[in-house]
Design a protein around this ligand. Structure first.
Ligand code: 5GP
Ligand code: ZN
Length: 110
């Protein structure tokens, strides 16, 4: 999609610190981390939020998540967050899963 930041990162048109890539997904470090480990996992195709996630891409996202957790040594624990819409705190309207870890995440999230 034109003028979508994460489509451009997914297509390697805008640089990011890449951590993982396969045919359907890409993961990179968040530019403004809120935890010692703060990774964004995106589908390469433009999907606005998790409500539009199709089964094939969902499977690819989950498979990528499993690989990233092992690669980044997050087995002791981590959090996955996906913000949806203005009320959900979404600011980039291309689906992304925040993978947060490296400290105790606490609950409730605030
Ligand atoms: P949201 O608020 O939509 O759930 O999350 C968007 C996230 O994207 C934020 O955590 C923000 O720091 C991150 N972000 C925004 N622009 C960029 C960018 O250009 N590069 C990277 N790596 N992360 C970005
Ligand atoms: Zn997009």
């Amino acid at each position: 999609m034109d003028n979508c930041l994460f489509c451009k990162i997914g297509a390697h048109e805008i640089p990011a610190t890449l951590l993982f890539e396969d045919e359907k997904t890409l993961a990179f470090r968040d530019i403004n981390p809120v935890a010692p480990t703060h990774i964004l996992l995106i589908p390469k195709i433009h999907i606005e939020n998790i409500l539009g996630l199709d089964n094939t891409t969902a499977l690819a996202m989950h498979s990528a998540l499993q690989k990233i957790v092992a690669q980044e040594n997050l087995e002791k624990g981590f959090r996955v967050v996906t913000n949806v819409g203005d009320m959900g705190g979404q600011t980039v309207f291309h689906l992304h899963w925040h993978i947060l870890g490296g400290r105790h995440m606490g609950w409730p999230p605030g």
